[in-house]
Design a protein around this ligand. Sequence first.
Ligand code: SD4
Length: 345
Amino acid sequence: MTTRRDFLASSAAAAAALAARPLAAETAGPAASAAPPASRPVVISSANGLRGVKVAYDRIMAGTDTLDAIIAGVNIQELDPEDQSVGLGGLPNADGVVQLDASCMHGPTKRAGAVGCLEDIATPSLVAKAVMDYTDHTILVGEGARRFALDMGFTPQNLLTEKSRQDWLRWKARLNPNDFWLDHDDDVRINTTHGTINMNAVNAAGDISSVTTTSGMAYKIPGRIGDSPIVGAGQYCDNGVGAAGSTGRGEANIKICGGFLTVEFLRQGLAPEVAVLKTLERLVAMTEPRLMNAQGRPNFDIQFYAVAKDGRYAGGSLYEGADFAVCDARGARLEKCVYLFKRGR
Ligand code: SD4
């Protein structure tokens, strides 16, 4: 059990570590020493999981396993047709087909499961868990993943909502001014919603799980999978250390195995807010010049979320302004991510 004094000491150490390292000058965010004492259980997620962290926390308090609890949490976004970045209603690929990715890890049993390019099933997080529970494999993709899901009793449905179909048609029409599609709605912005949901939890006994689920990048090339179904990138969990996951540009995360890397930084004893910032630094160092803006910074954003076994947690974003969701004994709320760069500088 981490005492308040232990936590403040580690927060002070984290602040000192931050000060000592060559992070970008404006590295900031909520002061580490302002963080409340760590407590367990705690559930954290990307900001769109605000409802989900509460559901997961309540289930954990009622004795549900951490992975079942957080999957129930992300199911809310997966089944919400209004969330155009996850599950039902997700924006489709370039062919107008919704293809979903998800992965999960269960700390106590050291197991993992994942699906990529899954069609017609609204809850890929549950299919990923079924891969984990019922097969000796880790990742199933495409038609094989779909057939597996049907065999496991999942119900197929059309995941392309009317709203997402209209958004896709608008994107398609504007692709090429010289093609035979007429560009309607000139004043309407093309919807390239970013989203994805990553959720991580530690219970009172210190058992940990993680899950990430997404419809991936809007209008992606058919067959593309992002970081979400890659164990070690989109999420990672080690029951002795902690869990971490990501939302944002998956192509950037895959190259640094960001979920795994963040957990390794926790293993080295770094505080979660330092761990996520160091992962972001590595990501910047691995970014190709073509993706850098005039200031030499990535022209995209990405977030990492981390929870340590003792209940400390943090969210980190490349750019200032991102929130993440937390639920613990103080209730469900959004908190600010620490960040590497201020916007527009
Ligand atoms: C992906 N990481 O497929 C996901 C997308 C995402 O906000 O998180 N968008 O690359």
